[in-house]
Design a protein around this ligand. Structure first.
Ligand SMILES: [Zn+2]
Length: 245
C-alpha cells in the first residue's frame, strides 16, 4: 500500500516569511519542499507526495491543514526557516498538547537525519521541541514543523546560501521521511557485479559486465582486435567504430 506524505512549504505569495541577508523564507521552503517530493518519488517505491503549494502562492494555515486532513496522509512536514536572532541553529516542533507516540518517533527520526547532515557545517542543534503551532496542532496525522536555520543570523544565512547546506537539508528530510515510513529504495539500474572476461579468438581483450540483459565490454580493445578503427568523440559523447570493409 502506498504511503502518502504531505509537504507544506511555509509562507508564500504576499507572505514572505522571514526575510533578510538577501534570503526569503518562502523561497527556501518552496525549493526544499519541491525537491523532497521529486526525490522521494524518484528514489523510493510506494510513496505519494502532496504539496500544499508547489508555486509562490499564499495559503492560510487552515487551508493547508484542511488540504492535508482531506487526504489519508501518513505524515506531514511543514518546512520553515527561523528568525529572531540568537546564535541561530536548527530545531523541530511537534504539538505540545496530546500527541501520540508516532508523532514523537517521527520527530526523532526526522530531526536526527537532518541534523546529522548539518552538524558538519557547524550548525547549532536547538533540539526537538514542542509548541502550540497550528500546523502541528490541526493536522490529524503525525506532523512535524522544521525550522531550517535562521534567516536573520549572518552565519546561518551564509550557510543557507551554500548548495551543500541546502543539499544536506533536502537529503536529511528525504532520508528521515523514508526511514520513518519504511520506504524501499527503487532498484536502480546498476550493472551486475558479475565481471565478464571478453575474448576475441581466444585472446582476452578486457572485461565487461551485464546491464539489464545487455552485455557491455571494452569497445576499443574489442574493435581493434577485430581489425576495426575506433574514434572517440568526447564532445558529442560518441564512439565510432569503422569496420575494415
Ligand atoms: Zn515560517
Amino acid at each position: 500500500m502506498n504511503k502518502t506524505v504531505v509537504l507544506d512549504a511555509g509562507h508564500g505569495g504576499k507572505d514572505g516569511g522571514a526575510c533578510g541577508n538577501g534570503l526569503r523564507e518562502k523561497d527556501i521552503a518552496l525549493k526544499v519542499a519541491n525537491e523532497i517530493a521529486k526525490r522521494l518519488k524518484a528514489e523510493y517505491e510506494g510513496v505519494e507526495c502532496i504539496l500544499t503549494r508547489s508555486t509562490d502562492v499564499f495559503l492560510e494555515l487552515k487551508e493547508r491543514t484542511d488540504m492535508a486532513n482531506k487526504t489519508k496522509a501518513d505524515m506531514l512536514v511543514s518546512i520553515h526557516c527561523n528568525a529572531g536572532g540568537g546564535a541561530g541553529g536548527f530545531e523541530s516542533f511537534t504539538y505540545n498538547g496530546s500527541t501520540n507516540a508516532a508523532t514523537a518517533a517521527f520527530q526523532n527520526v526526522l530531526h536526527g537525519e537532518i541534523y546529522s547532515r548539518l552538524k558538519g557545517f557547524g550548525v547549532n542543534d536547538r533540539g526537538q521541541k514542542r509548541a502550540n503551532l497550528h500546523m502541528c496542532r490541526e493536522s490529524k496525522m503525525p506532523a512535524v514543523l522544521i525550522e531550517n536555520l535562521f534567516i536573520d543570523v549572518d552565519s546561518d544565512a551564509n550557510r543557507l546560501k551554500r548548495t551543500e547546506v541546502l543539499e544536506a537539508i533536502i537529503n536529511g528530510h528525504v532520508v528521515g521521511i523514508a526511514k520513518y515510513l519504511g520506504l524501499k529504495t527503487k532498484q536502480t539500474e546498476k550493472p551486475t557485479d558479475e565481471v565478464l572476461n571478453v575474448f576475441v579468438d581466444g585472446v582476452n581483450v578486457g572485461q565487461g559486465d551485464n546491464l539489464k540483459g545487455v552485455t557491455r565490454g571494452p569497445v576499443r580493445a574489442l574493435a581493434q582486435a577485430l581489425g576495426a578503427q575506433v574514434i572517440y568523440d568526447a564532445t558529442n559523447k560518441r564512439i565510432d567504430v569503422i569496420s575494415k570493409k
